[in-house]
Design a protein around this ligand. Sequence first.
Ligand code: WT7
Length: 637
Amino acid sequence: MPTAHPPTSNAPNATSSDYALANEDRLGFWADQAGRLDWSEPFTEVLDWSTPPFARWFVGGRLNAAYNCVDRHVEAGQGDRVALHFVGEPAGDTRDITYAQLQAEVSRAANALTALGIEAGDRVAIYMPMIPEAVVAMLACARLGAPHTVVFGGFSADALAGRIKDCQAKLVITADGGYRRGDPSPLKPAVDTAVTSCPTVSHVLVVRRTGEPVEWTPGRDVWWHDVVAAASPHHSPEMFDSEHPLFVMYTSGTTGSPKGVLHTTGGYLVQSAYSFWAVFDHRPDDVYWCTADIGWITGHTYLVYGPLANGATQVLYEGTPDTPHKGRWWEIAAELGVTTFYTAPTAIRTCMKWGDEFPAAHDLSRVRILGSVGESINPQAYEWYREHIGGGRAPVVDTWWQTETGAHMITPLPGVRSGKPGSAMTPLPGISIDIVDDDGNSVPPGQGGYLVATEPWPAMIRTIWGDDERFVETYWSRWPGYYFAGDGARRDNDGDIWLLGRVDDVMNVSGHRLSTTEIESALVSHPSVAEAAVVGASDEVTGTAVVAFVILRDSASPSDDIVEALRTHVGQQIGPIAKPRRISIVSELPKTRSGKIMRRLLRDLAEHRTTGDASTLADSDVMAQIAADLTPSDSPT
Ligand code: WT7
């Protein structure tokens, strides 16, 4: 096991007594955290859990999420503080937006939406690039109590239409396009196609970003710069019930149709605000940067609601890390004095592969906290991140959570708990987690099991939009009273939690439990390997055979020797049982736009099936490329 990095003692926001307090009185702890927000009406009960699994948090309380994220900071004298350092992809395209400016913009947008007929409860779909108007659009919806559903700009017209239909959105907010790898990349055409099959949509509100020509449907389409700019910058926010729907975020489940995860206002905002403050140890002079797209839950909780509820100053970057060069992220971080950086392991490994010289060329001395999210971070990537981005000083917080949990659940608190490379460590104060076996009994340290939440938490999913039954069935039916997260995990002897991947990615080879994550981590710890994906292919003898797909570093070239060396290496790292049956050297891996490897598609390849639905792939040509990479020796033996 890699060695633990002890906490840095720099008078962190959260302290070890938070754990003790929350242990003694969980609901009292969350009631205290609710004090981070402004409520127009106090709540009378912290949690109503009388009809599980349907929770009501901060019962009777009333608040407005946008007011809490924007106006109250202006009223507190912070209007001149920068909320967003926007960095567009084209050179020199930057804009700083203060909290006062954000308040005026959100108010204008709210007035414009009202004029377009949007009322509390109406759904609004947002399909936008990473530009300030996307944040403004989300906050304007929140201000009006109109739940938004943000659809990632990389999704197809079909995927967009499916989501609009499922939540019956009345309005779509989009842009002509955005900039991607140096070129304008259109968005409006996908909206045009999508809405032809969506009768509920009465208007399409369009931000002009690229200036490229667009099709226009008079009466339906409206320019943002016409209606928002002309609207009044004053708007009195209405206060909503704590359980008023805030947004619906679609996420893929085990079936084909995505689930609309519903989050509501009070509980979601309390846990978002608390976790941002505690986990990123937020200070007023911090410059925070989350690289996630607003189309994902990370972009909602840790780019919009969490940081803004804390009055944070943050970076909003439109582009990719390697446009126009591979040091672009670090150049921006140095220029803006980024202190807190939050990204995904896949991005870290990509940067590792590009080389140490890119971050080394920039002054990253202000960086003091590093976050990781999306999958377990392999120890090599963790150490690289800590060393090359964090200067060996900055703690890495490996944050485990999900679209459904709404906010962080398991993560070390920097300055309070040490970090072990590869472990998400312990539940946050106020969060109750266990690891159980098939019968729902806690498993002892060292033994793998299912990760469950044993008590409700403020930011929890309230239901699947329009499908209470699927909500109960998907998350609460396996062990009554427990939320089942879909992940496998184990505790070590210190009680720290190691995530083992989705349970469907946990393989059982000859009766031994093996984690895809663990084998991938072993593979990428080899100096020749840049990225690896492991799947379990069904096998007559062993139940499951380990099959690996590997991208080599530029310095290595494919050969039978390297394949054998990698098998040996895995055998050495974990044990002979974990040695992949087959290793295919490929040039690409199939990934979703959020960077998650689509193992399902690789499993199809490994089992010589025609590959299934690949519509959520970031690059649709990848599967053909991988198939072309596979040599006859990759055929089944
Ligand atoms: C799944 C949730 C949470 C925002 C991004 C993904 C995996 C997430 C970690 C982590 C190990 C992680 C889990 C989880 N996951 N973070 N720190 N360590 N696994 O959100 O798309 O809802 O995916 O991502 O498997 O169930 P999501």
